[in-house]
Design a protein around this ligand. Structure first.
Ligand SMILES: NC(=O)c1ccc[n+]([C@@H]2O[C@H](COP(=O)([O-])OP(=O)(O)OC[C@H]3O[C@@H](n4cnc5c(N)ncnc54)[C@H](O)[C@@H]3O)[C@@H](O)[C@H]2O)c1
Length: 259
């Protein structure tokens, strides 16, 4: 690879924090950002998953730390960011990735479930972004990448997930709002909107052959995304290659949104 290409995608000297980095898309992203040269803080409420993710990074020659926290608890976010800053001394990249989905009809969605989904998928992204803003400003700027979803841009219609649509739709426009507000700080804020990816999140859906075919038929490319496809989009948005890209939502969706 040419020196110019290396420089475009290099994260050497940078520090990245990934929420929900213990497994799935978050784990793949943590590993990829590490391989691009970043030191990585893997935040997850599942301690053993976060430890496994960190072990994989360290075995591959990277530097990483485990942060155990539940992002629906603002005080735990504060503590985790303080630990990351203590360890690495700076923060350049934040990936808001932790999320959950409750596939429940709107009229059967309890207040508690609605609030739980908003707390983890939307409110946590806001609180983590605010916790990142000062250290990023001190570092001369930074990059926030929010993991949204095609369900934050479309109404789905395959199974009922109103709370997920609302939380991811909110995340899409939070991306634009913070991009504009924090541009003067040198902080770029972008999102990735993936289609279905095989992880614990979607196992039950994708293991069902009929459902799997229904979903594939919604994508012109007739392919699910792999975790590495989403991680690569995050790497691009976090890297110097995207230095004038902000407020953008990058679909990694097999053409789902192009129809
Ligand atoms: N898998 C898909 O098909 C798909 C499609 C579109 C978007 N996404 C989005 O991608 C992101 C990652 O999804 P995934 O498929 O890797 O999910 P996953 O369920 O495999 O992994 C999620 C990780 O987040 C952690 N987590 C969940 N709640 C948390 C909390 N409150 N505090 C701290 N950590 C928490 C979990 O412990 C887990 O390690 C999510 O934002 C999801 O909405 C996924």
């Amino acid at each position: 690879m040419s020196k110019m290409l290396e420089q475009l995608f290099s994260l050497y000297g940078k520090v990245a924090l990934i929420t929900g980095g213990g497994r799935g898309i978050g784990q793949e992203t943590a590993l990829m950002l590490s391989q691009a040269g970043a030191k990585v803080a893997v935040l997850d409420r599942d301690e053993s998953a976060a430890k496994d993710a960190v072990d994989a990074i360290v075995s591959a020659g990277g530097e990483a730390v485990v942060l155990v926290a539940d992002v629906s608890k603002p005080e735990q976010i504060k503590q985790a960011f303080a630990t990351a800053l203590d360890r690495f001394g700076r923060l350049d990249i934040l990936v808001n990735n932790a999320a959950l989905v409750r596939r429940i009809p709107a009229l059967e969605t309890s207040i508690d479930v609605w609030r739980e989904v908003m707390d983890v998928n939307l409110n946590a992204a806001f609180f983590c972004s605010c916790a990142a803003a000062e250290p990023m400003t001190a570092a001369g700027g930074g990059a926030i990448v929010n993991i949204a979803s095609i369900m934050g841009i479309s109404g789905g219609g395959i199974y009922p997930i109103a709370s997920y649509h609302a939380s991811k739709g909110g995340l899409v426009n939070l991306t634009r709002g913070l991009a504009v507000e924090w541009a003067s700080r040198g902080i770029r804020v972008n999102a990735v909107a993936p289609t279905w990816v095989r992880t614990e999140f979607t196992k039950a859906l994708l293991d069902d052959p009929e459902m799997s075919k229904t979903l594939l038929d919604l994508m012109p490319l007739r392919k699910f995304a792999d975790t590495i496809d989403v991680a690569a989009a995050v790497l691009y948005l976090a890297s110097p290659a995207a230095k004038v890209v902000t407020g953008h939502v990058l679909a990694v969706d097999g053409g789902y949104l192009a129809r």
